[in-house]
Design a protein around this ligand. Structure first.
Ligand code: 4AD
Ligand code: MG
Length: 436
């Protein structure tokens, strides 16, 4: 379509095209994606075409802006981007989620994390970051897990846990500010209310110890006057009331449609209303199923365990800024984390995104004591041989250092407030999904 491009603030995108001529470039068959509601599985099967929809277009533009902002942040901070290999001989984050491949007759694994290589590069270059694909065989269908995702892993020499947390907070604020400045149209298109994002850039992100986080989850400690368990119970009631009201409205409108003589436009209007109400009902029904599970898992949480998805949801629904949870029981965290002066804790940090989203960053200060590291490798039943090169990094001189891993798709999902990570990446790979 050619014509005159006219600036018009009222239009999405700020412009409109006053057409003078239309010419056909290619004749298409009937398009499989129509305006009617499609199931997610259908749309995922047609992902190669679904990408042309406005909403997907907007999300991928936000992804692009985010990637560029992350690079800008680290480059401005004097980091060197350095790549870790994808074929690896060893696990980083435990052996249960490795994808095995054949490397000239020898088993090799697709990288779960570039961190160990990042540590080697930081000892050479000071401050580095990797930005690459990461693979985890996650045999479960959750809204947060992909089998192939992109991770940004900075690693900094002479950084302790506090400096690491300062850096994470600065990075997240930088990226969100950039997105707010560059992607306001895209946020509008996907219906993301950005108030929370606008407000959080000037707020300090709370830092909670694991102990405090557990007390909050179990309802033993309130946050800003809110109690985790009580507010979930109240929300469940609200969901049930809303559900009942919507059911009444659907019946009402369906009743109206049976009365003869209704105008065509009115029928269509009512039909669309009913479809939308039914969708809302589905969401409410999902909440009605989820909330009791969250309550139950919060109440029965066993002190000393890692936080699960539900626990993260419970605590982060109470916040409107990301929270940093540190000082973890070292039994549940990775072998490479430095032990705290108080030997109960490991110097790890998880960043949990608000609004129920949960973990977006995992990191910490690294153990530099070769004796303690060796103990941990044995305790985690990891093959010592594969870690000899990593131990060399301590054997031949090491300095205090820290780093973290940011899950790109997790950050996009939260910033865009998407119900699932599958729409954050052009072609998602996850349990049960290898095509298109
Ligand atoms: O917490 P994780 O497992 O930490 C590491 O891999 C460290 N080696 C990072 C480091 O310190 N250099 O993973 C880091 C982040 C998570 O917080 C999450 O955002 C994301 O990676 N992530 C996933 N994203 C999508 N799908 C999955 N299956 C993910 N697993 C982890
Ligand atoms: Mg983690």
């Amino acid at each position: 379509i050619s014509g005159k491009v006219v600036k018009d603030e009222r239009q999405i995108g700020g412009y409109e095209l006053q057409a003078t001529q239309v010419s056909i470039i290619s004749i298409a068959e009937e398009y499989p994606i129509s305006k009617k509601e499609h199931g997610v599985d259908f749309l995922m099967d047609k992902r190669h075409l679904w990408l042309r929809s406005q909403r997907q277009w907007a999300i991928l533009r936000i992804r692009n802006a985010m990637i560029f902002a992350i690079h800008r942040f680290f480059q401005q901070e004097g980091f060197v981007q350095a790549d870790a290999p994808i074929f690896t001989g060893n696990a980083v984050e435990g052996t249960s989620t490795l994808f095995e491949t054949d490397f000239y007759g020898k088993p090799a694994y697709l990288s779960q994390s570039g961190q160990l290589y990042g540590e080697a590069m930081a000892m050479a270059l000071g401050k580095i970051y990797t930005f690459g694909p990461t693979f985890r065989a996650e045999k479960s269908k959750t809204r947060r897990h992909l089998s192939e995702f992109w991770m940004i892993e900075p690693e900094m020499a002479f950084f302790d846990l506090d400096m690491n947390m300062d850096l994470i907070e600065a990075m997240l604020k930088f990226v969100i500010k950039a997105l707010l400045a560059e992607c306001s149209n895209e946020f509008k298109m996907i219906g993301r209310d950005t108030t929370i994002l606008e407000n959080l850039v000037d707020k300090k992100f709370p830092r909670l110890t694991y102990d405090e986080a557990v007390r909050i989850i179990k309802g033993e400690q309130d946050v800003n006057g809110k109690n985790a368990i009580i507010s979930l119970e109240e929300e469940l009631k609200l969901v049930q009331e809303k559900k009942a009201a919507i059911k009444v409205e659907i019946t009402d409108r369906e009743q109206k449609l049976t009365v003869p003589g209704m105008k065509k436009g009115e029928i269509a209007f009512n039909q669309t209303k009913i479809d939308n109400l039914k969708n809302e009902l589905k969401d409410l029904e999902e909440d009605e199923r989820n909330i009791p599970q969250w309550i139950n898992s919060a109440k029965t949480f066993e002190y000393g365990n890692d936080l699960g998805g539900s626990d993260e949801t419970v605590i982060t629904r109470l916040f409107d800024v990301p929270i940093l949870v540190y000082n973890w029981p070292h039994a549940v965290k990775a072998f490479y984390l430095k032990r705290d002066e108080d030997p109960r804790w490991a110097k790890g940090v998880d960043v949990l995104a608000p609004e129920g989203y949960g973990e977006i960053v995992g990191g910490g200060e690294r153990e530099t004591d070769i004796g303690l590291l060796t103990e941990k490798i044995i305790e985690h039943k990891l093959p010592m041989q594969a870690f000899e090169w990593y131990l060399d990094l301590r054997r031949f001189g090491s300095v205090p250092h820290s780093g973290f891993g940011l899950g790109l798709e997790r950050l996009i999902a939260w910033v865009c407030k998407l119900p699932h990570v599958r729409e954050t990446i052009p072609f998602p790979r996850m349990y049960g999904r290898l095509e298109p």
